[in-house]
Design a protein around this ligand. Sequence first.
Ligand code: NAD
Ligand code: ZN
Length: 678
Amino acid sequence: MAPTSDELLARSNRLGSEPHITNYAGGNTSAKGSEIDPVTGEPVELLWVKGSGGDLGTLTEQGLAVLRLDRMRALVDVYPGVEREDEMVAAFDFCLHGKGGAAPSIDTAMHGLVDAPHVDHLHPDAGIAIATAADGEQLTARVFGEKVVWVPWRRPGFQLGLDIAEIKAQNPQAIGCILGGHGITAWGDTSDECEANSRWIIDTAQAYIDEHGAAEPFGAVRPGFEAIGDRDARREKAAALAPSIRGIASHDKPMVGHFSDDPRVLDFLARDKAPALAELGTSCPDHFLRTKVKPMLLDLPADASVDDAIARLHELHEAYRADYTAYYTAHATPESPAIRGADPLIVLVPGVGMFSFGANKQTARVAGEFYLNAINVMRGAEALSTYTPISDAEKFRIEYWALEEAKLQRMPKPKSHATRVAFVTGAASGIGKAIATRLAAEGACVVIADLDLEKAQAAAAELGSTDVAIGVQANVTDAAQIDAALREAVLAFGGVDIVVNNAGLSLSKPLLETTEADWDLQHDVMAKGSFLVSKAAARILIDQGMGGDVIYISSKNSVFAGPNNIAYSATKADQAHQVRLLAVELGEHGVKVNGINPDGVVRGSGIFASGWGANRAATYGVDEEDLGAFYAQRTILKREVLPDHVANAVAVLTGPDLSHTTGLHIPVDAGVAAAFLR
Ligand SMILES: NC(=O)c1ccc[n+]([C@@H]2O[C@H](COP(=O)([O-])OP(=O)(O)OC[C@H]3O[C@@H](n4cnc5c(N)ncnc54)[C@H](O)[C@@H]3O)[C@@H](O)[C@H]2O)c1
Ligand SMILES: [Zn+2]
């Protein structure tokens, strides 16, 4: 790799890893240098610049676009003017060097046209604070003197690149500029100088805000709107509200949620100015593309009851949708893309915190991070002046920009279980773990609930980051533990869509040896456990109003009278009938309830490893290690059943194809005639 791009990547990673310097995937950096052109053997001047969609903090060589500077500069001569500036993005493709690396972003012009070897464009909270202050231009002069120049708001693009290039040419003393409504750009002769200049602008802006800013930029505390002090009480209320709020955010498209009770959010929501500022919305294009132009704010105090809060949130949702539709109608032209949904992506609840939404957990989390950036921006702007974001008309030109729409159209088709949140009991082992793994692979967010927290978390970590799966502790015989586990699920992902009653254990004993304690344990974990989980989860599914699936991992033994199995088989029959009963009861809420009857899943099953296998082997008169093969030979298909086969059935039952099936049991037993259903 060329040393120029080495330096550039190191600088980008440093800048991008500090959230106050730039938001996730926000901003871009570049370096210019020379390499030998393999076609001519002559040196060629190149631009390395972060490509479209990348993140500075984690940028690698693959994330860089590489363009020929002579060709980029030549674009100035064919530029048709600001009305047609979008055409220049396609023209960048004709400037690429070799294969060109990542796709050039809209900001490429700014980097290529500004005559400096190194350029940073960033979205720092302190910089945007000045960029969104009503008197941003005067403030820029006051804070930075002649070292930093004000550039009035303009939608990113070729013209903005030309504007900044001109400013740099006219102001040789300048090290960068404040881009009105948006962010900062800095430059330098070396990579270190460029980074130092970026940091100087950000640090100087922050120091000025700290020194000269008003003490309480968001105004006085609104009595009654303070944060609920006790963390557990706050999160309990958040969890009680979460399913309804997710339902609100998912009216047009199902969404995954994220919750934050960051003290900076709670302080903002407690203050006098919160309603007016929330209404003004975010300003930096990166921010409102992820947060929508404005959040939805509950106008009730922290001690409002959950029922009152939900009722009011539904009213506010109607108003929000009308307002968003009016914004769309007011600014849309015949060429504009269709409205993309009118639900809020950020919902703010005073005393409790912020709920943010996206098409997956990462997007939902980042939307919340961006609104926190926006709160920091508003705090800085209000400390010095009056927060003045760009106009709705300009926001619309960004949100429904043809180039933005093209980006969305290029996104890969979502997986079958995208946006769905699955809560799987007993998922640290065996069949449950296979189900969790499969659902995660299909795009679901997964909550692994099991007896032992560490094992649950370890199983979750095997599936990916906490954006994919989390592990929680729950003994399904204990209603309080189930409630706590479901609370964690809804706080992690916004709600629950798929509930899998899988936890189980097995004692195989003849009637005369089955003790009362054996009977109770089997029934407590399976019949009662799944009843308790279904009951607690149904509350969430109903509040969400998004339908859902409840799956029972019953057993062949729920219908087959196998030997020495009174307690286990009886409780499995109980679970199987719960499927039918709940299918009838929950159908009106769009919730499907189905079951699976596995049999003879030996490999990977903890049940078999812990004595049941030896017992079954003895019952059938075979060696324990041959048990899987023995079960296979009993089957019609002569195939061994593995945990993955059960997981396949769960994926199908909860996937898009069996949308009209409820109250069904699917045998996954390689064919056992005695357990055929009729
Ligand atoms: N393995 C088979 O052949 C087979 C056949 C039919 C049905 N099943 C059913 O499949 C389910 C999973 O069985 P497996 O074979 O994967 O067993 P497994 O032992 O590998 O997994 C069961 C999991 O449930 C957990 N668990 C047990 N009691 C719990 C409780 N009170 N609360 C929460 N979690 C608890 C365990 O910790 C374990 O992680 C069970 O319901 C079982 O009855 C299994
Ligand atoms: Zn930007």
